[in-house]
Ligand binder design. Sequence first.
Ligand SMILES: [Zn+2]
Ligand SMILES: [Zn+2]
Length: 388
Amino acid sequence: MTCSSVFIYSDQFKNYKFNDDHPFNQLRVTLTKQLLEDSGKLSCRDIISPRKATEEELLLIHDHSYIEAVKRASKGLLSEEQALQFGLGTEDTPIFPGMHDASSLLVGGTLTAVDQVISDRVIHSMNLGGGLHHGFPQKASGFCIYNDGAIAIKYIREKHNLKVLYVDTDAHHGDGVQWAFYDDPNVCTLSIHETGRYLYPGTGNVNERGLKEGYGYSFNVPIDAFTEDESFLEVYITAFKEVAEYFQPDIIITQNGADAHFLDPLTHLSTTMKVYEVIPEIAHEMAHRYCNGRWIALGGGGYDIWRVVPRAWGQIWNVMHHSQSMSGLLPIKWLKKWQSQAPVHLPSTWNDKQNSYKTIPRKVEITEKNQLTLGKALQFTRNKKLFN
Ligand SMILES: [Zn+2]
Ligand SMILES: [Zn+2]
């Protein structure tokens, strides 16, 4: 069975590039697209080009002064001092020529994905160029300039008045999106991430539950460093299902950062490709159960762009469009094309081989700790059920 879905893509996504040494590299979107094409899973009929977000759309979340600053920075017209006030020109988020246009295209890609689903042309869509969840109204942060996910949610709220569930499985806390809707009871955010004790951005504590009318609509499950597949999935499946049942969304947006994998160089979680098969499966199931299928998947982090991201993101499309993840060998054509450019040996299968990393002895302790955190995070949905 296939579900009507679109894949948003442009070669120009690669213009969002800080510098050659920066870990954020949009070549991963091209690698994913070609992996799917070479596997016979994606055809040109499935692909739609992104539009560019308008200034009015950027203003849904961002301040005018910040957008102006990004535009000036794009042309090299912003002083270092001015730039730093807006979080620009840092080691994480350096200035690059054309950054306004490149960032606007990523946002436009996410809005194109939204338009496709809202207009009922398709039921699922994905924009792997987006998912820049650390962008703030007047500040760039953590590789993110404009927050496409937050803009898309505001756009859905204002234009279509639907209840939005945002689920973020990036290894870093989805802070920008959470704070943008912290007091809004019609937007529910769920973020599962490595604890902020040692990892950027440091927030995403289990007690960040929302504000005013939005209280009870922000969920955070900070999991321990070195969490492995079983525990990650226990947390993810339980949290997603309970939160969806509690919130009853009209539409689901997932942020699919692929940096919780054991090979990722920026984080300390220990999951394998198994997790990246199940993540879209649950999202797909929940979208059909509560939202008539309406589901938009975004990209996000993911810094092993050769061995991890193409397979992880490829599985989202496989599940979304074909209702089934892939297994077995990767296409030779793809391996041949990219091995010569890759600085590492590319994996030959969709799945990770068993025992591909060294397990650590604290597994039981970590699992129990994550279960406790999960219980605290879901207290609110469970209490409400009790009292209603
Ligand atoms: Zn479907
Ligand atoms: Zn991340």
